[in-house]
Design a protein around this ligand. Structure first.
Ligand code: URQ
Ligand code: ZN
Ligand code: ZN
Length: 487
């Protein structure tokens, strides 16, 4: 299988140049002007569009069992929908039940992902702590290509972990050369605020954002940053939704602490007015955590992406159809949390980012693909159009337009938070593993051809950090033996 993408302009995070791109056997074999190709090569006319690295969505939850139900998107439909929007890899989450072995859960999720049409990798969540967890984190990094471990500071009485587990697990991540990541919301405070709101008779979706204001996220972000700083481990904060968390990240980064921020496309484009919609299903359809925020937080998030406080964009694609959301008809705390986005992230980032002068095309590549590949150590295999890199590419039509709708999207869910949004900037062609899987508005995908992408650990950086920790380790003061004689 060989594919020649002709007549495009290559855009990487650090360069833009006119060139054809020739792919063979799943890799990029040649990049240059007026390339020839074998007679049987598939020739794609880029039509002057941008040839960019395929998007990497570092935060999805396909088929997630959660809040008494299972997310409606599976690994086949979810990776396919992503490729319709230019996303050629997801990093999903293995989320063990408390007391469930991490390796047992990893095998469960690998089995589910076997149907994927597009490529995938996994963060593994630490939802409890024991010697077994500590041991299995090591096995997963050494044998299964896992280099990131997730910690939920929210969802009390479910998958939330306390500060002691954060400290132990962050230490273990440092030892292993793995990146600890957190869902930063103070789960104890959320739990109390939920109870108070229900007791006050607020049972509708408008209660959801009231139970988890920005302060709840900012406090947890600060706490996770402080613990990671004491351990000397890097930290990646997922779905940063507010200025409070961004400010915490900016403070940490300005002091030289290695903290990364991820921003969801949804939080960049939708604000908290959606929860005041009189139609219950419309308000409930937007219930996700962290919740949509007052508009000024969107400006802060865009500023964070533009000034480098936040490095990646994602979607936290976690879908529940209206009948599933209805579980919380009389109690907002029972509305399964999550929204869709894997198909629309890149168009929203281009339309709201590049077209409105917030991001350059190169910065678009950085925040949709290259930065994620670097943070999770698969660059330049992914995140770059280069000879030797994977043939996971998009041909982007900067002038293309479409209206986002659940009626036309490829995601397996009956709701879309971007409903009715007219975007400029569309994915014209997607190439995955060197094969054209999206062109002329048609998917050409196959169940099970998606590949697991292992992610190596970071030994060099971590060894240096551990040496620095050792040098700075507090030591007991040498004192003269005490002279007083005990009576
Ligand atoms: O918290 C998450 O990331 C998962 C459970 C998806 N749900 C959500 O509301 N973000
Ligand atoms: Zn989360
Ligand atoms: Zn999530």
């Amino acid at each position: 299988m060989s594919t020649l993408i002709r007549g495009g302009t290559v855009v990487n995070a650090d360069s833009t140049f006119r060139a054809d791109v020739y792919c063979e056997g799943g890799n990029i074999k040649a990049i240059g002007e007026n390339l020839d190709a074998p007679i049987d090569a598939r020739v794609v006319d880029a039509g002057g569009g941008y040839v960019m690295p395929g998007g990497i969505d570092p935060h999805t939850h396909m088929e997630l069992p959660f809040m008494g139900t299972v997310a409606s998107e599976d690994f086949f439909t979810g990776t396919a929908a992503g490729m319709a929007g230019g996303n050629t890899m997801i990093i999903d989450f293995v989320i063990p039940n408390p007391e469930q072995g991490l390796i047992d859960a990893y095998q469960q999720w690998m089995q589910k992902a076997g149907k994927a049409a597009g490529d995938y990798s996994f963060h593994v969540a630490v939802t409890w702590w024991s010697d077994q967890v500590e041991k299995e984190m090591g096995i997963l990094t050494r044998e299964n290509g896992v280099n990131s471990f997730k910690h939920f500071m929210a969802y009390k009485n479910a998958i939330m972990v306390e500060d002691d587990v954060l400290m132990k697990s962050f230490r273990r991540c440092l030892e292993l050369g793995a990146v600890p990541t957190v869902h930063a919301e103070n789960g104890e405070v959320v739990y109390l605020m939920q109870k108070a709101l229900l007791e006050a008779g607020i049972t509708g979706p408008e209660g959801h954002p009231l139970s988890r204001p920005a302060e709840v996220e900012g406090e947890a972000a600060n706490r996770a940053i402080a613990i990671a700083g004491m351990v000397g481990a890097p930290l990646y904060i997922v779905h940063v939704s507010c200025k409070d968390s961004l400010d915490a990240i900016a403070r940490a980064r300005s002091s030289g602490q290695r903290v990364y921020g991820e921003v969801l496309a949804q939080h960049l484009a939708v604000d908290d007015s959606v929860y005041r919609n009189k139609e219950w299903a419309q308000a409930a359809g937007h219930v996700m955590s962290p919740p949509f925020r007052p508009k000024h937080h969107q400006d802060a998030l865009w500023a964070g992406l533009m000034n480098g406080t936040a490095q990646t964009t994602a979607t936290d694609h976690c879908c529940f159809c209206e009948p599933q959301k209805a579980a919380g008809r009389d109690d907002f705390t029972k509305i399964p949390n999550g929204t869709a986005g894997v198909e629309d992230r890149m168009a929203v980032l281009w339309s709201e980012g590049v077209r409105k002068g917030r991001l350059t095309p190169q910065e678009f590549v950085a925040v949709t693909s290259a930065n994620c590949a670097q943070i999770f150590n698969i660059y330049p295999r992914r995140g770059r159009v280069a000879v030797g890199s994977d043939a996971a590419l998009v041909v982007w039509d900067p002038a293309g337009t479409r209206t986002i709708s659940a009626k036309t999207h490829h995601q397996n869910v009956d709701f879309n938070v971007f409903e009715g949004m007219e975007v400029t900037g569309t994915c014209a062609v997607t190439v995955s593993d060197g094969k054209v899987v999206w062109e002329n508005g048609q998917l050409d995908v196959e169940q099970g051809v998606g590949k697991y992408i292992p992610r190596p650990t970071f030994p060099v950086l971590y060894d240096a950090v551990q040496k620095r920790n050792e040098a700075n380790r507090p030591r007991a003061v040498e004192r003269e033996p005490s002279r007083h004689v005990t009576p």
